[in-house]
Write a protein that binds this ligand. Structure first.
Ligand code: ZN
Length: 171
């Protein structure tokens, strides 16, 4: 995996970075994917074939696209509750016309395991943590709510432990 600092533009390999999130200048690190090396036609066929998956991690609407999201993660590191396979609903024709498109679809992310779109990111976060050897995960959140629930749900898979801490006032 390679990273690029969003502030100074310095590129880093995974072995060169000291902090997993920050450049030495203090800027955030962005993950760099080598998309030009990918065969688009082969990936299209692969992603289409995975639509019939029901048991493997590729049944996830996130990990179906693993080659675009985290090609370096081993399959056994993926922690998933099949996030992202949520329903699409077509907008009313009047709305499509008013925004100037032929077809407009809404993705119902409330169909995710915890009822939130955040499940999609948390499956990636917990999977990366597992690949790095972590077995315990903590989530600090302003209010105990959906995000800790997402991390909890994902990390309880495969024996990982979860701790949530909330701060701030619940309204
Ligand atoms: Zn930098």
């Amino acid at each position: 995996m390679k990273f690029r600092c969003v502030d100074c533009g310095t590129k880093w390999t995974e072995k060169e970075i000291v902090n997993p999130f920050l450049c030495r200048c203090g800027g955030l690190l962005d993950v760099m994917q080598d998309l030009e090396a990918l065969d688009g036609e082969r990936l299209r066929e692969l992603f289409q074939a995975r639509l019939s998956e029901r048991i493997t991690p590729y049944a996830s609407g996130v990990w179906r696209y693993k080659e675009l999201i985290a090609p370096e993660l081993p399959l056994e590191a993926l922690v998933t509750r099949f996030e992202g396979n949520t329903a699409l609903f077509r907008a009313a024709s009047g709305l499509e016309q008013s925004v100037g498109v032929r077809k407009l679809w809404f993705k119902a992310q409330s169909g995710n395991p915890s009822g939130s779109f955040k499940d999609n990111g948390m499956t990636a976060a917990v999977s990366y943590g597992k690949a790095m050897g972590y077995t315990r995960f903590t989530c600090f959140h302003r209010q105990y709510g959906i995000l800790p629930g997402d991390v909890c749900g994902g990390s309880r898979r495969r024996g990982a432990r979860f701790f949530a801490r909330s701060f701030g006032s619940a309204e």
